[in-house]
Design a protein around this ligand. Structure first.
Ligand SMILES: Cc1ncc(COP(=O)(O)O)c(C=O)c1O
Length: 369
């Protein structure tokens, strides 16, 4: 028998692969459910714009051909939408793919990376797989402690800091003031990867202006996704915003045709829609506020969120609560899975779903007490 682990990169030893768990269809079958509300993965449950789907369908006629010209049309469409030079846009098949590519380009055996905790687990996973030492910095309560992150980056001589802003799983945002202070305190030769997968949902007045930082030549790489605001998670599409020199380096390691034509066409159509992001942000904010109110009425506290999900403190083991909701056809993410036992993360959906979910959470807690 071949010992595959011995042949693989030594840094993979002892690491577990990402396990998405049973599929939604399997869960429906297991619990005899006709419908399942998928409030566990923070997809955009308000759905993609029709124009994006039409553009995707029209592109199907061309799938015999590779995507051409280094995605120039997509880069230009995004650049116009974000008011940036097209050379600063680096497309990829989702932010997850960019996280992996950045780790390949910037992280190596012997380097150190810093990540706050709790946060999105993929940063630590890809960094450890690349051989880096991962320093996890505890927050102040559930909020990211940016002073401590900068201090850790300095004392460990970190090459990379990973930040999710708004942060998954809390939905909290880094204020513009805290961000600029943080950037000034970073050690030299350290890059910050700011994963803004949820930033389109955040109130513009609360956001750090990282596009300005990129333009000013600061050591910042921003990541944006079409999985959240535009409802295109299944097509896998995202992009980085960075110095054109970063684009050159990432292009050395990422596959030449890694983004498919259909996703590119849908993305082009989506970013060209005037007012779409603003409308979606308002819809999500209203539904998120409703869910917050309904949970508060039931005596539950939630973390302030600027994303399309809400972290709720259940005050009891999250396992039985999630299990009971699942039996009723509502899938939420128990905090035990991401290091916050006693909490649950709930993706924001339309009003009737939010009302039903709050009711079921209240019933599950009442049943346990
Ligand atoms: C912080 C964060 N970044 C990235 C992603 C994935 O983005 P994409 O679908 O573009 O790969 C997620 C998905 O849950 C996320 O929570």
């Amino acid at each position: 028998m071949t010992d595959w682990e011995a042949l693989a990169r030594p840094s993979l030893q002892g690491l577990e692969r990402y396990d998405p768990g049973p599929s939604r269809d399997q869960m429906k079958q297991r619990h005899g459910l006709a419908e399942l509300e998928p409030l566990n993965w923070n997809e955009d449950l308000f759905g993609p714009p029709a124009e994006a789907l039409e553009a995707a369908a029209a592109e199907l006629g061309k799938v015999a051909y590779y995507p051409e010209r280094a995605y120039a049309d997509f880069r230009e469409a995004v650049a116009a939408h974000m008011e940036l030079p097209a050379a600063s846009i680096i497309p990829a098949h989702g932010v997850q793919s960019l996280i992996g590519t950045i780790a390949t380009a910037f992280v190596d055996a012997g380097t150190t990376v810093v990540t706050p905790t709790p946060t999105y687990g993929l940063y630590a996973q890809v960094s450890a797989a690349a051989g880096a030492e991962v320093v996890r910095v505890a927050g102040r309560g559930l909020d990211i402690d940016l002073d401590a992150v900068a201090e850790a980056a300095r004392s460990y001589g970190a090459r990379v800091v990973w930040l999710s802003d708004p942060n998954n799983p809390t939905g909290g945002v880094v204020s513009p003031g805290d961000w600029s202070q943080f950037l000034d305190r970073l050690p030299p030769a350290c890059a910050v990867i700011a994963d803004e997968a949820y930033m389109d949902f955040a109130d513009p007045a609360l956001r750090a202006d990282r596009i300005r930082d990129v333009v000013d030549g600061r050591p910042v790489i921003m990541l944006r996704s079409f999985s959240k605001t535009y409802g295109l998670a299944g097509l896998r599409l995202g992009f980085a915003i960075a110095d054109p020199e970063v684009a050159r380096l990432l292009d050395i390691v990422q596959e030449p045709f890694n983004v498919n034509r259909v996703a590119l066409a849908a993305g082009r159509a989506a970013v060209a829609l005037p007012g779409f992001v603003e409308t979606r942000r308002a819809e999500v904010a209203a539904a998120r506020e409703l869910l917050r109110e309904l949970l508060t009425e039931r005596g539950l506290s939630t973390h302030p969120s600027q994303a399309n999900f809400l972290l709720v403190n259940l005050g009891m083991d999250d396992g039985p609560v999630c299990e009971r909701l699942l039996r009723e056809g509502v899938l939420i993410r128990g905090g035990t899975e991401f290091g916050l036992p006693g909490f649950a993360r709930i993706t924001v959906a339309r009003e009737p779903v939010m009302r039903r979910t709050a009711e079921l959470v209240g019933e599950a807690i009442a049943a346990a007490s």
